[in-house]
Design a protein around this ligand. Structure first.
Ligand SMILES: [Zn+2]
Length: 274
């Protein structure tokens, strides 16, 4: 029933005027679900680069196009939970920024010209099957496919490989602290067919990174299948701001460790992007 409701909402969005997904304004004209003000806010969001700390101390570069707050948070929730599928082009443009940054962070992952080498794989973080059924759509996979298509249109060899799945039931992560999330997810993600990622360069993609625990569990599963994970790319990330006096070198995972690695200088508005 939820599936059909979400699909109905998506269909209505195409034919009826709807409010802005960012601010809820129903008065202003909303092209592709966003008013001009929220569209500008999304475009003006500051990309983030940080490092996730893998077990053993190795770091994994992670990138997000915007902090998960304000308008960006509202847009993502409307897209994921209320199937506002008209928002896909705008959110895919955000994910594209992060993927390009992740490709740039690992020279070995920089994709060859399409057709001349093995493509770098974009691997979406999986949702629980029940969540996927309830939403009635595949939020991250759909964005990843748009991004891969846009990169291939620029003759870059990138493919989506949706081979991750949850191997057991896990508790809802919201409300859990980092240690509990790590325990909850330990060993919970697996690669369906390891042969599809063996020996390949991979970028883990997700819509939102909060603690980084999920992205790191996906990385563990991919590494166990002999893939090389070059980085993590997300639409948005939760930033937990430390007091100034607190060092950033504590052994915690995720965006708590946010520290600017280097400025991400990217040009928005890729061909075909909304
Ligand atoms: Zn708005």
């Amino acid at each position: 029933m939820l599936v059909s409701m979400n699909l109905l909402v998506a269909a209505l969005e195409l034919v009826l005027p709807t409010g802005c997904a960012g601010c809820g304004d129903t008065d202003r004209r909303c092209a592709a679900g966003l008013c001009t003000s929220c569209r500008h806010a999304l475009a003006a969001a500051v990309p983030i680069g940080w490092q996730l700390c893998r077990p053993g101390g190795e770091v994994l570069p992670a990138f997000a196009a915007a902090p998960y707050e304000g308008v960006v948070r509202s847009i993502l929730l409307e897209y994921k939970e209320h199937a506002r599928l008209g928002l896909r082009p705008s959110l895919a443009a955000c994910l594209l920024l992060s993927v390009i940054a992740a490709l740039g962070a690992d020279a070995a992952a920089a994709p060859s010209v399409a057709g001349t080498g093995r493509p770098t794989l974009l691997v979406p973080v999986p949702s629980a099957a029940a969540t996927r059924r309830a939403r009635g759509h595949d939020p991250v996979g759909a964005l990843a496919r748009i991004v891969a298509r846009q990169l291939r249109a620029c003759a870059l060899a990138v493919e989506v490989c949706a081979q991750l799945r949850q191997s057991r039931l896990v508790a809802d992560q919201s409300g859990l602290d980092i240690a509990a999330r790590r325990t909850n997810l330990a060993g919970a993600i697996e690669v369906r067919n390891p042969a599809t990622v063996r020996g390949r360069r991979v970028i883990v993609v997700d819509d939102i990174v909060t603690t980084g625990v999920t992205a790191l569990e996906a990385t563990r599963a991919l590494t166990a299948a002999d893939a090389t994970v070059s980085g993590v790319a997300a639409v948005a990330a939760t930033i937990r701001r430390f007091p100034r006096s607190q060092p950033v070198s504590e052994s915690v995972d995720g965006p708590q460790r946010v520290r600017p690695m280097h400025p991400i200088v990217l040009v928005r508005g890729p061909p075909g992007a909304d």
